[in-house]
Design a protein around this ligand. Structure first.
Ligand code: XIL
Length: 312
């Protein structure tokens, strides 16, 4: 039987998974990561606090482990992420505003240069928006206003002209105020000639919140701007304990995301935010919730896995 990635690749897409360094010594985990998926995203190891914990002191060790795993398994890598308000070392927040732009450019240049050839696409800016579509406050927006986004994209393009450059956010999967804001930003950047290749929709879904409204139509409007679209961090959590109703809803949500991507030519692929409940970020972030992934804690495929296979 073919893998999720082979099924996706037959339709011109990839099927990927996030991963993280502490999981890779788990041989059974790594075997499935290396065989079932055609793309991987480091869950933490390319973030600012890991890569540049002190100003000008770069450490690419953990990210290199991930790109090396990908190379050995014939997988592409999504770089995650160059500029984000979270997992940002304290020294950045402590900089005088006048020094933030230079520090941001230096960080982007060093990291994107280091991973040239190993990273196919970058989440250049992660989570720029608040829920109401206003720009989120961060050291970057405080120092540069929303211009930091164009500046970041230009710096990434200069460092790695071949990488596909993305803006990535959550709760932009469906039509709504936040996706309208991303759409307006993307349109403006394109008009201004800023290098932007795609929009990443994280897709951290929860059965108790419903499926995003009109995901396919939303993807299509970004595609119509000439952009690629990627589902970058898919998982579907639920309040524990699980039951048949929640499990069925979860399978349906996974299926609908895959169907939306398959229906939109410019949707390049789907990445799950790790493939197993064993290593999910959900239980520690959303107390009382879990069971969000395609495989259970014993690495056995769940109904959602079958739903994805069937959709592919
Ligand atoms: C999460 C990781 O999975 C966790 O291990 C970490 O503790 C916090 O960050 N959106 C993102 C990802 O863009 O970087 C986040 O990853 C999940 C939400």
């Amino acid at each position: 039987p073919s893998t999720l990635h082979e099924l996706a690749a037959a339709q011109g897409k990839y099927f990927g998974s996030a991963t993280d360094n502490p999981e890779l010594p788990d041989a059974a985990y790594a075997a499935t990561l290396g065989s079932e998926f055609g793309q991987i995203t480091p869950g933490n190891s390319m973030k600012w606090d890991t890569v540049e914990p002190a100003q000008g002191r770069f450490d690419f060790t953990k990210g290199d482990v991930v790109t090396d795993f990908a190379r050995r398994h014939g997988q592409t890598v999504r770089g995650h992420t160059l500029v984000w308000h979270s997992q940002l070392p304290g020294w950045v927040s402590a900089l005088p505003s006048a020094q933030v732009q230079a520090a941001m450019k230096n960080h982007i240049t060093a990291e994107a240069t280091h991973y040239r050839g190993a990273v196919a696409a970058w989440d250049v800016v992660n989570e720029p928006f608040n829920e109401d579509g206003t720009f989120r406050t961060s050291p970057f927006s405080t120092a540069m206003g929303s211009d930091y986004i164009a500046t970041a994209l230009r710096a990434a393009h200069a460092a790695d002209p071949a990488a596909k450059l993305y803006l990535n956010d959550y709760n932009i999967e469906g039509l709504g105020a936040k996706s309208d804001a991303m759409y307006a930003l993307a349109s403006k950047l394109i008009d201004e000639g800023v290098p932007l290749d795609g929009v990443g929709m994280q897709a951290h879904l929860a059965v108790q919140y419903g499926f995003p409204y009109a995901m396919r139509e939303n993807m299509r409007r970004f595609a119509d701007l000439g952009l690629d679209v990627a589902v970058t961090e898919l998982d579907v959590r639920m309040q524990l304990p699980t039951d048949a109703t929640k499990t069925a809803a979860q399978s349906s949500y996974y299926r609908q995301v895959v169907e939306a991507c398959l229906a939109v030519a410019r949707c390049v692929g789907v990445t799950v935010w790790d493939y197993t409940d064993k290593y999910s970020w959900v239980p520690s972030t959303f107390p009382g919730e879990g069971a969000a992934n395609l495989y259970d804690g014993n690495l056995a495929p769940k109904p959602a896995y079958d739903a994805v296979r069937t959709a592919l």
